[in-house]
Design a protein around this ligand. Sequence first.
Ligand code: FES
Length: 353
Amino acid sequence: MAKPTLTLNGKVVEFEPGQTILQVAQAVGVEIPTLCYLKDATPTGACRICLVEVKGARTLVASCAMPAGNGMEIQTDSQAVHTSRRLNIELLLASGSHNCLTCEKNGDCKLQALAYRYGITDIRFAGQTQQYPKDESNPLIVRDFSRCILCGRCVQACNDLQVNRAIGYGYRGAASKIVTTGDRPYQESDCVFCGQCVEACPVGALTEKKAVGLARSWETKQVRTTCPYCGVGCQMWLHVKDGRVVKVTAVEDAQPNRGMLCVKGRFGYDFIHSPERLTTPLIKGEDGQHHPATWDQALDFVAKRLKEIKKKHGADAIAGVSCARSINEDSYNMQKLFRGVIGTNNIDHCART
Ligand code: FES
């Protein structure tokens, strides 16, 4: 059966039933700016930046939330679209304290980028700055309500992507605020500190506390790597400045985590630069103290002791627990060593604990 078609900026394009106008445009390489749109989450149409003109429609429509229709004629960058987008950006700029110079997200802010792109040099409207105090009460996430544009991406990331359902909209009108249940501090709420809300925030309202003041976005190099914590293999970016990891974000559109991380992957990187980090094997001596050793010395020592124990007490006196931080192949080799070489089935994996 023939696919439905619509006309996008004068060009006829096919689309799949159920796609939104934004998805059709993205599929054919037509860029429509967005702010509140979050891939894989239910669109809210909150920011009205993705407005497009549909012939015959009473008003401009939010392309992220509007299903594509057969025969639609759409303009994504007409004068009316441009004027409305510009106005909406100006209103968002007036809705809070967007003093970029002092913002942690300077250079990595979608609102700042849109203001620049649409040539906004003045704030035309008398603004209203949110009066809620900055929340720095937890160790991982800073919440600066004066910079929040209530786009709802954090709520979608928490509810739709991570499905933690820890935050939502609270209060009404100008007093609106993103809150946990009962507006309690994060650490007293259902929040599991995955930090997906921080990753989704397009402005400086949510930032990684440990990264504050360490580097501007243009000063860091992004290094792609695999999370070291479990066998899932989540893909992450290390943001590195002068050889030091200053923060971690997820790689979008990559399996298996598709832009998401857990609390350990996102925030648990202190060990990299910890002065207490082990850098060499240690062997416990007769004096009860641990002494640095080479890998050859350590492995020879372990092999010697395993042989001695097996000879004296039998293979079942030995048990092994492989590490969830190891790759699957290492865990396979570990059970092979215990079953095939040492001769015991006493082998387990710490992920079961
Ligand atoms: Fe569509 Fe915000 S991106 S309304």
